[in-house]
Design a protein around this ligand. Structure first.
Ligand code: GUN
Length: 281
């Protein structure tokens, strides 16, 4: 069994990106800029946003952080995103989710120009992914693909089972795997005999957000298991996978923390640089 070290792989990617950002700036005379919009005071979101801004600094991407109060109006958030959409110093726009319940998130995301949609959350970019066209792809599933690639795992021909069907992880994950020639099954809350389906997977990817959801009986001997779940239990970060029981059955597994999580931010930086390069052309 190999435990994939996402922290180490993400650090390697950030080091590569630092060089690529410096080269782009030297050759184009432009800096790379990411705008991060946080609405409200959700503590977990505040930590994620802080980590994203710190990572930008590390690789030489200029960040523009905007924090709006929890009771910000729909029009105030829309006005900010609209302003950032036409700001030439901003190559990427990230609106941290979840947004407070009174806001229409879909409408806010629709104001992000697809060429600045570093999260790949807009309907156009999700559609491009379905059609196999180039465009920013959601950072977490993209990070999973990069982890697999750098660990020498090719999904081609594998039976991949994705647990979770969100627009942010499950759906783009399934599309990326399909585009990489895997046979893909997507499971969700209405799936019958979930454990049996999971146990057929050569590659099992869980994005549920329930600690110890994936137990040893749900995993085939020799499977690759990727844990995208993050939840907090007794102050500790927990993945979806009952790691101690499952790991011995796998050929490869990602831990939580230190697996997929660090890759998400590395892919955000990569998407931001790619958006800057495309807009400079
Ligand atoms: N909330 C949880 N994950 C993400 C993410 O990848 N991007 C944004 N914008 N919000 C999130």
């Amino acid at each position: 069994m190999t435990c994939i070290d996402g922290k180490k792989i993400a650090a390697e990617i950030r080091a590569e990106l630092r060089d690529e950002v410096a080269r782009f700036t030297r050759q184009s005379g432009k800096t790379v800029g990411l705008a991060v919009v946080l609405v409200g005071d959700d503590p977990a979101s505040a930590v994620y946003v802080r980590n994203k801004i710190r990572a930008c600094e590390e690789v030489g991407i200029r960040s523009f952080a905007y924090t709006l109060p929890a009771d910000a109006s729909q029009s105030a958030v829309e006005a900010l995103v609209t302003e950032l959409a036409s700001d030439n110093a901003v190559d990427g726009i990230l609106v941290q989710l979840p947004l407070p319940a009174h806001l229409d998130g879909e409408r806010i995301l629709s104001l992000i120009p697809p060429a600045k949609d570093v999260d790949g959350f807009t309907a156009e970019n999700l559609g491009r992914l379905v059609c196999g066209e180039r465009g920013p792809v959601a950072c977490t599933p993209l990070g999973v693909m990069e982890l697999l690639r750098r660990s020498g795992i090719d999904p081609d021909g594998m039976h991949a089972v994705v647990v979770g069907r969100s627009n942010i992880v499950g759906k783009p994950m399934a599309m990326l795997l399909l585009n990489a020639n895997a046979t893909v099954t997507v499971c969700h809350t209405h799936t019958k005999e979930l454990a049996k389906v999971c146990a057929q997977a050569d590659l099992l990817i869980s994005a549920v957000g329930v600690p110890a959801f994936i137990t040893a009986d749900m995993v085939k001997e020799g499977a690759v298991v990727i844990d995208v779940g993050i939840s907090r239990k007794d102050g500790k970060l927990k993945g979806d996978v009952d790691f101690d029981a499952v790991a011995p059955k796998t050929s490869c597994i990602t831990p939580v923390p230190g697996g997929v999580g660090p890759m998400t931010i590395a892919m955000l930086l990569k998407n931001t640089l790619t958006c800057a390069m495309r807009s400079a052309k």
